[in-house]
Design a protein around this ligand. Structure first.
Ligand code: GLP
Length: 241
């Protein structure tokens, strides 16, 4: 793992966005793995700026999102579909038919998850996966206890994650309890991973992920098994290293 510590979130996000842009210029048909949450938003803002002002071209790229809430339609404002459209996809020239996000309306979860994995394979796998980390150490929605070999599937959120994500909803009771998420095995198949974490509230999870034992109790620690991981932190998130 390569750990890159910057003074603040904006600085770290700029460096991470430049890495994504470099990879896209090297390989215009890049397959990009995308994450939701507050953490990657400054990276997405910078990518949008580079697209508008520097002609960064997503025209041949493909994207796969990590996860989605089960039961939320793509046009639900709190769905990850809507989040991605608002925060990135509507503002760059990536062809909509090549932006994959699990469908929260599916009525056949196993078939939908298998089809998602098949689309990933057909696209040649993910070149660069962007990740955030939950306070409990989850990546995607792989909560503690998730198998390190897991593939795309349904998961039940922990009380901690429901409480954390309630800030995006009008009230905690609206947060779906079930989600579809790429597995840890799916994430580890990516050729390169970029983990972003900002703020002191992430420091314990980051320390466990980077310096703790590889264990399902901190799903992000599985990234220690991956040969190409860059971790972008601000000083707060690096505090316990
Ligand atoms: C959510 C997402 C994760 C994200 C994490 C952290 O539950 N499924 O992909 O990394 O929580 O969120 P935030 O970046 O808002 O702190």
């Amino acid at each position: 793992m390569e750990i890159i510590i910057q003074s603040g979130k904006e600085e770290a996000s700029l460096v991470a966005a430049r890495l994504v842009a470099r990879r896209l210029r090297e390989k215009p048909d890049l397959v990009l793995g995308l994450a939701t949450g507050d953490t990657p938003r400054a990276v997405y803002r910078e990518l949008i700026r580079m697209h508008r002002e520097e002609g960064l071209d997503f025209g041949a790229a493909t994207s796969f999102n990590l996860d989605e809430y089960l039961g939320l339609a793509p046009d639900h404002p709190q769905s990850y579909h809507a989040f991605m459209r608002r925060n990135l996809l509507d503002h760059i020239n990536i062809p909509p038919e090549r932006t994959y996000i699990p469908d929260g309306r599916t009525t056949d979860v196993p078939a939908h998850c298998a089809a998602y994995e098949e689309s990933l394979r057909a696209a040649g796998g993910i070149d660069l996966q962007i990740l955030g980390i939950g306070g409990g150490g989850h990546i995607g929605f792989n909560e503690p206890g998730s198998s390190l070999a897991s593939r795309t599937r349904i998961k039940t959120l922990t009380g901690e994650t429901i409480a954390d994500n309630a800030r995006f909803f009008d009230e905690a009771a609206e947060v779906p309890h079930h989600v579809l998420t790429m597995g840890i095995g799916t994430i580890l198949d990516s050729r390169e991973c970029v983990l972003l974490a900002f703020g002191e509230h992430k420091a314990a999870a980051v320390a466990h992920a980077v310096e703790g034992p590889v264990s399902a109790s901190c799903p992000a620690s599985a990234l220690q098994l991956h040969p190409h991981v860059k971790v972008f932190l601000d000083e707060g998130a690096a505090k316990k290293l």
